[in-house]
Design a protein around this ligand. Sequence first.
Ligand SMILES: C[S@@+](CC[C@H](N)C(=O)[O-])C[C@H]1O[C@@H](n2cnc3c(N)ncnc32)[C@H](O)[C@@H]1O
Length: 296
Amino acid sequence: MVQPLGVVGPALAGAGPALAGAGASTATVDPAEFNRLELDAWEAAAGSYGFLRKLTARANGSLLAAAGVARGLQVLDVGSGPGDLAAAAAALGADTVGIDVAPSMVRRAALANHAIPFRVGSFEAIPAGEGAFDAVLGGFVFNHVGSPEAALAEAWRVLRPGGHLALATWDAPSRNRLLGLFVDALSAIGAPPPSGLPAGPIHFRSDDELRALFVAAGFAGVGVSRIMFEARVPDLDTLWDGVLDSGGQIPPTITRQPQAIRGAIRAAFDVLAAVHRRPDGYAIPVSMQIIAGRRP
Ligand SMILES: C[S@@+](CC[C@H](N)C(=O)[O-])C[C@H]1O[C@@H](n2cnc3c(N)ncnc32)[C@H](O)[C@@H]1O
């Protein structure tokens, strides 16, 4: 089934062919195909996901607080990756489990956190019974699901009445230059998407869109907040390689380009990043959205 992916952030408006359709609400992609690409990308990146991991960890405290995680509560970490958020919940005394769609990521989390059960499972088909959890947490996974509606319906199902869902996701490229530099460099070059990738796979959601999705899924007390800070990187290779070594849609949109186009994207990226140059490296503005709601 093909369905609209939704509107993306303003920085993508007018994007070139590499992001064709990404700036329009009419962009369509098959959610199953999108999920297959995500799974392949994360399975391949399970060992190298490290640079972004240090930055996504900055959202963990806010997620735990937004969902009211405390000793003795039943907590699910969806898209658990290396397991840091689950480990933070467990450190508070919560009875925590993690699920991730990528088996290699599950193995990595389990190896690093012996006391926490990690299982293979999708946000869109959570392997748990109705009302099993007091809190569902998801760090930077909502932007990787083909059907956000299906994911929210599943979170609702596995939460007990009164339970909380808290998700972190990347803010618009205009505020979150960490990814915005890549998005804008792709736009500047305007290369067609590499074969096998859907047009317009890179989607960011406004606060209003996030709220509307939560409300439509039945959540109450929905609120969106922001975490903003500067990520210090010693050089642009660290940022370029760090993002391209992760999963998701941006890395293959660049790495699967012919060498010349990839070089042109990198040159545009270097020019765009120059404004963030400091005497000791680069200070890249990062912005994250935290969205939380309660199952009434
Ligand atoms: C950006 S990483 C985030 C990992 C960790 N939560 C963090 O904050 O660093 C996204 C993770 O979500 C997983 N993922 C992607 N799509 C998923 C889905 N539909 N269901 C569950 N996990 C998914 C990926 O395998 C990856 O481990």
